[in-house]
Design a protein around this ligand. Structure first.
Ligand SMILES: NC(=O)c1ccc[n+]([C@@H]2O[C@H](COP(=O)([O-])OP(=O)(O)OC[C@H]3O[C@@H](n4cnc5c(N)ncnc54)[C@H](OP(=O)(O)O)[C@@H]3O)[C@@H](O)[C@H]2O)c1
Length: 249
């Protein structure tokens, strides 16, 4: 059976690697992001890689409740949703400054990481395949290591995952998160590394495996949690970080 799979932030970085990982099952892929161009480029590359998959793109700001409601209605009209990978997000904090800037920074990280995940999931709630639906949110090692507003926003995603897992358990829908460590081959890091190349050595230093992660390695963890046979794994935050945090599920 062809699964309908949504990947938010699927036009770039980790999201694009996740979308590519799903091609093995020739799915109907639905990519969401704010900018049309990266989505269109990603869709073209994915179609070229596997002509048996279907790829559609939906530009949408997932922090906007009206836009999300509209998009979710259109997606639901097309049939049940088998997998939602709520990957859209980023480190949007503006750093320290006066209290106004601090407030803006915390709001930006909360809005940008929590709302895209929560709003789209809630808007699609009736559309998930029951049983068998899979929801995978994108957290971060920052949620457990301590990192101001970005880590706090990802910790909120973790708490939401636990709540949703219990809420949807009876329906046979699993809800989990993947929490990556340092994955520099992404738009998330590229501008920061260009500005300060020393970041890479600093970030790699505490990683026991002695190297950063790749988008593909994160995608592999998402593939497991999204698999049809992974129906008894729910409410978990899967750490993917080269051993940076040991023994934390
Ligand atoms: N790279 C890392 O080291 C790392 C580590 C831990 C966690 N993460 C998490 O992994 C996820 C993917 O990040 P990435 O590293 O792959 O960086 P990225 O390439 O910047 O990916 C972020 C994606 O999310 C989309 N997006 C952001 N806000 C959105 C919104 N409001 N509505 C719709 N789409 C939105 C972006 O597209 P548009 O800009 O076009 O909207 C982009 O495609 C993020 O949640 C990030 O926090 C990354």
């Amino acid at each position: 059976m062809t699964r309908r799979i949504i990947v938010t932030g699927g036009g770039t970085g980790i999201g694009l690697a996740i979308a590519r990982r799903f091609l093995v099952e020739h799915p109907e892929l639905i990519l969401i992001g704010r900018r049309e161009q990266p989505l269109a480029e990603a869709a073209a590359a994915l179609r070229e890689a596997d002509q048996a998959s279907t790829v559609t793109t939906h530009p949408c700001d997932l922090t906007d409740p009206d836009a999300v409601a509209d998009l979710a209605a259109r997606i639901s009209d097309g049939g049940a949703v088998d997998v939602l990978v709520a990957n859209a997000g980023g480190n949007l904090g503006l750093g320290s400054g006066d209290l106004h800037q601090l407030a803006d920074s915390w709001r930006a990280d909360f809005d940008g990481n929590v709302l895209p995940t929560v709003l789209l999931t809630e808007a699609l709630l009736d559309a998930f395949s029951r049983p068998g639906g899979r929801i995978v949110a994108m957290s971060s090692v920052a949620a457990l290591r301590g990192s101001s507003s970005y880590g706090a926003a990802k910790a909120a995603v973790n708490a939401w995952v636990l709540w949703m897992a219990v809420r949807l358990a009876e329906d046979g829908v699993t809800v989990n998160a993947v929490a990556p460590g340092f994955v520099p081959d992404t738009d998330f890091w590229r501008p920061r590394i260009e500005a300060d190349p020393g970041i890479v050595a600093n970030r790699v230093a505490p990683i026991p495996m002695g190297r950063p992660g790749t988008p593909e390695e994160v995608a592999e963890a998402v593939a497991y949690l999204s698999a049809p046979d992974a129906g008894w794994t729910t409410g978990q935050i899967l750490q993917v970080n080269g051993g940076t945090l040991l023994g934390r599920g």
